[in-house]
Design a protein around this ligand. Structure first.
Ligand SMILES: C[S@@+](CC[C@H](N)C(=O)[O-])C[C@H]1O[C@@H](n2cnc3c(N)ncnc32)[C@H](O)[C@@H]1O
Length: 602
């Protein structure tokens, strides 16, 4: 009976942290298997409306003094909705329910038919479908007053293991792939399913949150990383090529840093900048656990805005910016809502909670407050400045976020910059995008938002809000393009929290095709024939072997603006050069070489 008693105790205690954190808290072990306990509570909450109705109408609480309302609902759940029935061989509580089995079954049939379901399967499917619809539509209203259910997302650390290797490891070999998120939440006890979303999230998959991953060898050795899918989006969107140099400007605790390290590989370099020394310690631990020490250089207690000329990170081509934000997109750490489980049947019989229970509640509240948070809660705490979402606070965060992006825009070789927040407030998202695009430096250096069609997250359906870009100094078509370039994730999208990410690209290159670094040979590509590479202020490094073949003559021939080297002219002030026949031929030749060498550069 301990399973039901323990589940009831959890449900009776105040909700101060997540259900997972309570059940998997190693300092307070339960007698019952954790996955069973978790599944029982979650599934009972899911069906609570109908279960409450059944128990009330059967009137069993008046007859069975040993049963509390919560126990009756938990036991009735297993009796009516699981194949194996009540999970105990005998005992007074089980006997108390079984004495009324016929009546409970009859009330269950009535309640089901009243809801228009001819069998149990149809009822179960309807409840589960309601959950999945909520997830997909991003509607915040939840079925039965419950918070939307979320899977656990896992990123395979490809520095240590491939996706295939992880799925065939002892931890996951028994797991079956499902094609829809809702399949994972099929009612019965926890099943071994995993859900990949490969086209959007490479090397990432979701499992039911009740599976204990943290005690697995894969997790302990850093081969898999527990990271919400939304938090994986910036590195995917930045898409730094293997071997490239990247700056993670606001890095701790380091989930995105190690993701970047996996993308650039052993031949690449990541500078992880963290202003806060304590957080930088955590960052270093994460980097070591992920086996990324050779790739990542941690810049501890360093303010990103102090990185300027002369610093090795100053030469980076790709920057990921995930600065502090209000954290309004973070899922409530309380992932279970029993507010609707305040049963009238409870009031009818016992009225106020007993003194003993009141004492227990108070003690338990104290305990919960003192409890260490689970890993994800800890991480969330690391990622959020504070919970204050007042107008003033949002304004000040927004000013800080703008300053971080503008600094990134000044990196001389930067080609792509992603900006992300785990906030759902437009003040920290679209408004920031508009402000930085309106800036002098963005205009001077040709920074713009990468078009949806060019970014690796183009298939994600939820984009930026054009209505929040009214301050962008641009026409309606450009505003729409910018909004479409941004990615938004709602809290109910099942990616692990609300999120915003956008990628800025510099218009000096050929729309992302031109790889490699730019440096000192003083060639500035300008408009050539207006259709292929449109460059401005690009100087090609002499050591860059792919470019060694180009003489100044060829450059001139290609119609490049030699005068636009050091002081990248503003696009508006750029002189449109008309290509001569000879220039056109040179330009074609360079384009052919671009195509030929592209792979080597990216
Ligand atoms: C939202 S968290 C980053 C989370 C991290 N990207 C991850 O995925 O694990 C923001 C971090 O930026 C740091 N930070 C804030 N301002 C900074 C600055 N000017 N320079 C460097 N780090 C900064 C904060 O201390 C905090 O650790």
């Amino acid at each position: 009976m301990s399973l039901y008693l323990e589940a009831a105790t959890i449900l009776e205690s105040p909700q101060t942290t997540s259900l997972k954190a309570i059940i998997y808290n190693p300092s307070k072990p339960f007698k019952s298997p954790q996955p069973k306990l978790y599944a029982l509570i979650v599934e009972t909450l899911k069906f609570q409306d109908i279960l409450k109705e059944v128990v009330e109408n059967a009137g069993i609480l008046k007859l069975e003094r040993k049963l509390t309302p919560l126990l009756s609902i938990l036991l009735t759940h297993d009796l009516l909705l699981t194949k194996s029935g009540i999970a105990t061989s005998s005992g007074p509580l089980k006997d108390a329910i079984l004495r009324h089995k016929a009546r409970l079954n009859a009330e269950f049939t009535r309640a089901r038919l009243r809801r228009g379901h001819r069998d149990v399967k149809s009822l179960v499917e309807a409840v589960n479908a309601e959950y999945s619809r909520e997830s997909e539509d991003g509607v915040t209203k939840t079925a039965n007053g419950l918070t939307t259910f979320n899977p656990r997302w896992i990123r395979v650390n490809t520095l240590k293991m491939t996706l295939e290797e992880s799925l065939s490891s002892p931890m996951f070999s028994a797991f079956e792939e499902v094609s829809g998120m809702s399949d994972m939440f099929f009612f019965d006890i926890v099943r071994k399913y995993y859900y990949p979303k490969a086209e959007l999230l490479p090397n990432i998959f979701a499992i039911h949150p009740s599976h204990d991953v943290t005690s697995s060898e894969l997790y302990k050795s850093g081969k898999i990383i527990l990271q919400s899918a939304s938090s994986c989006l910036p590195a995917i969107m930045l898409d730094p090529p293997m071997g490239s140099t990247v700056v993670d400007g606001c890095a701790a605790p380091g989930n995105k840093t190690t993701h970047l390290a996996a993308l650039v590989g052993d031949s690449g370099k990541v500078f992880a900048v963290e202003r806060d020394r304590r957080r930088a310690d955590i960052l270093e631990k994460m980097i070591a656990k992920a086996g990324a020490e050779n790739i990542v250089t941690t810049l501890k207690a360093t303010d990103f805005t102090t990185i300027t000329e002369g610093h090795p990170a100053w030469q980076a081509s790709y920057l990921l910016l995930d600065p502090s934000c209000s954290g309004s997109g973070i899922l409530q750490r309380v992932d279970w809502d029993i507010s609707k489980l305040n049963l009238p049947i409870s009031d009818a019989r016992s009225g106020q909670p007993s003194r003993r229970k009141r004492k227990r509640d108070e003690a338990s509240q104290q305990d919960s407050l003192a409890q260490p948070e689970d890993q994800e809660s800890q991480q969330a705490a690391e990622e959020v400045e504070d919970g204050d979402a007042s107008k003033e606070r949002l304004q000040s965060l927004s000013d800080f976020q703008v300053a971080i992006i503008l600094h990134a825009f000044s990196f001389p070789r930067a080609k792509r910059v992603t900006y992300s927040t785990c906030s759902i407030h437009a003040e920290e998202n679209e408004h920031v995008v508009a402000r930085v695009l309106n800036s002098e430096i963005a205009k001077e250096r040709g920074w713009e938002v990468q078009s949806r069609k060019d970014n690796p997250l183009s298939t994600w359906h939820r984009r930026g809000l054009v209505s929040e870009l009214s301050n962008l100094e641009a026409g309606s078509e450009e505003r729409q393009r910018v909004a479409d370039g941004c990615v938004r994730v709602n809290r109910t999208d099942s990616l692990g929290g609300g999120f915003f990410v956008v990628c800025f690209v510099r218009q000096f290159d050929d729309g992302g095709q031109l790889g490699g670094d730019y440096g000192k040979s003083d060639m500035a590509l300008a408009q050539n024939d207006g259709s292929r590479f449109q460059g401005i202020g690009v100087s090609i490094e002499a050591e860059d072997q792919e470019w060694n073949g180009f003489s100044d003559e060829e450059t001139k021939e290609a119609g490049c603006a030699i005068d636009a080297v050091d002081d990248d002219p503003q696009p508006g002030k750029r002189k449109k050069q008309k290509s001569t026949k000879g220039q056109q031929a040179g330009s074609d030749r360079i384009n052919r070489r671009f195509q030929k060498n592209r792979k080597g550069w990216s």
